[in-house]
Design a binder for this molecule. Sequence first.
Ligand code: FIX
Ligand code: ZN
Length: 419
Amino acid sequence: MDGPDYILSTGELQRVVGEIVTTTPVTDIHTHIYDTRFGDLLLWGVDELVTYHYLIAEVMRAEFGRTTPEEYYAMPKQAQADLIWQRLFLDNSPISEACRGPVTVLAALGLDIAGRDLNTMREYFAQRTAEEYIDEVFALANVKEVVMTNDPFDPLEAPVWEAGGEGDPRFKAALRLDGLIVRWEQTQPALAAQGYDMAADFSGNTFEEIQRFLADWKQKMNPVYMAVSLEESFTFPADDSQAKVIEGAILPFAAREKLPFALMIGVKRLINPRLKLAGDGVGKCDIKAVEYLCANYQDVKFLVTLLSKENQHELAVAARKFPNLMPFGCWWFLNDPSLIDEMTRLRVELLGLSFIPQHSDARILDQLIYKWSHFRAILTRILIEKYSDIMRAGWIPTREEMQRDVEGLFGRNFWEFVK
Ligand code: FIX
Ligand code: ZN
């Protein structure tokens, strides 16, 4: 009978870790992609890939003094892509992470990136349907399933949920509540008009009625968690409307329904409004709000990702204190190789394997390919180093143990946390 498959040499370790990380499918716990029943909300193809809002911010720098944001946004989509391709890929080498992404994707699809001709690449996408391209991208990215960002206040998305029906089982729902929590003053009148007995000042049955709204949308979406993006200025407890909605309705609902609550904190919304979706900035948040929530609501499970590099060490330390706190991902402005490397090492050293190392935040389907291949390369290097450290002391990991570890990072930690 075969004994354990011990890893006995550095070369073998490098090969085996690389194989495991490459071949283990991923659950991507936060994205902005959709299954095909949501129609045009699903973005895919080279023109969407190249006009991703990260690249809009970068082309506005290259175009400073030549093209204004208003002029850019007035262009047709293909003209926007042509401008970005010319300025960020042809006039300058595409070495920023946001530029490198499309290069990785187009190469993975087998397209002629040496030719660098955008129109030739467009022909490839013109021949595909969304359904078959989803299969192709999920296979190339080795992604098993994704969690969407589902907004009950989105006029294009809400009717799809109201219509009911089954979606693609690879696409799980997340109930996104920025409209309720962050924009209470604008949203409350609309919900009252829908028949929810809610008052702007939270009097009467307002908190019960907010929970009825949550229950209605939990029924429609069957979400794996609730989520909100909060600015860097978020404090809790507090006397503002977002803290009241969270304390009076979200937390009791989360505890009663055993539905985790994802806190995404640190954005500075629209520091440059002219850039629209590309106009958000970042700020260090007050970790005391996260510590207070985890300490005082220990029957609620908090998935937490923070946007500022400066918050990462204190988030990992807080996670050591609160088992109901699950740090996840290298979010947005942190999704860059140097910061992913720093954050992931920090988390392994402080939390072992008890965290969720990455999510893609993909807004365009194709991005799954690069966001996961870039991350896998970094994780491989880190795991080789960490396994080597214990091997030098004589602790020899088996292949099965490493496979178990990576399956935890790539999905089991999430599913066990949210169940
Ligand atoms: O709040 C969020 O879900 C953010 O991820 C987005 O608003 C942001 O635009 C993004 O896509 C970052 O990657
Ligand atoms: Zn996001």
